[in-house]
Design a binder for this molecule. Sequence first.
Ligand code: ZN
Length: 354
Amino acid sequence: MNPWNQPEEREYNQRIFREELDGFLPERILDAHIHVGPPEGFPADRPYSCGGVPLLSYTYEELDRDLAQSYPGRRCEGLCFGFPDADYPNPVLNGYVGERADFRRFFPLRLLDPRRDRPDAVRDDLDRCGFLGFKPYPDFARPGDLPNVEIPEMLPDWAMAVAEERGLIVMLHIPRPGRLEDPLNGRQLRELCRRWPRARIILAHVGRAYYLRGVEGRLEGLSDLPNLYFDTAMVQNWEVLAHLFRAVPIRKILFGSDIPIALAQGKAVEINHQYTYVTPRPWSLALCDDRKKLQFTSFLNEQLRAIRQAAGAVGLSPGEVAAIFYDNARSLIEETRVRNAPASAHSGAPCPWV
Ligand SMILES: [Zn+2]
């Protein structure tokens, strides 16, 4: 059992939810950024560290249980993909994510490895499983030289031609240390959106902008791209979110969490125009509170708190909040799956976890 399922963490998180979030969140939530994978998808000696919690499995059943626990009384859906790690078996992860998606609550994206994937195999997977799009990742594109990865290397022309032809979703984790501040990224992102207008590009983590300077003056120049969307996964800085809510049309903003990472305890913090995480457990991306000075809640609760604070500061209406948490992503998924879901996905056969 993961630590967030133990009574102590679970009950504390639910208390925060009741006290601070229950009155704010809409009835339906569609989380656009979720990782799932079966035990066979994790090398036994390489657990995936979620905020310092080592995972060797995260199935749809575990997700279903965690969603019910994290959002009491809400109906939850998700856009799901495997764990992007160049040492993990992508075909196993993709097979599981695609074949076990129910297309009612859970919808699959396919991890895309531009060096190992072949166009025919990708097309076959799309036809067979009905993936709604791709999840590329910088680590797949140029292993050993991560700081210099470019967007076209993550998304080669052959893959984008498939995305264009089928109107697929592309969940883009922007590369390079400068993120949206990197002029090459900015130029290549605009080119990507313009050259492939039928593909729907989601900029994950608001372009990995966990600190205000990462977005100030950067989003305005992207707000005119009709096929560019933004997910909020792991952003816990309310000023970043308020800037996002003001700078781009609300219909382009999709709530995402990064579950299961988001279920671990900790918080992303901005310090001197940079960011880090602070966690109670040692994690390679974080400063660890090894003196036990703080009581933490989940990254997820911190994300929801930040969205609530930003929505209040900007004056979003309940309808706009519901659009961010559900309607925008659901519309995007509906438009995409009309073209792509295989017949079997509409058979109505019951899925074991629903
Ligand atoms: Zn993620």
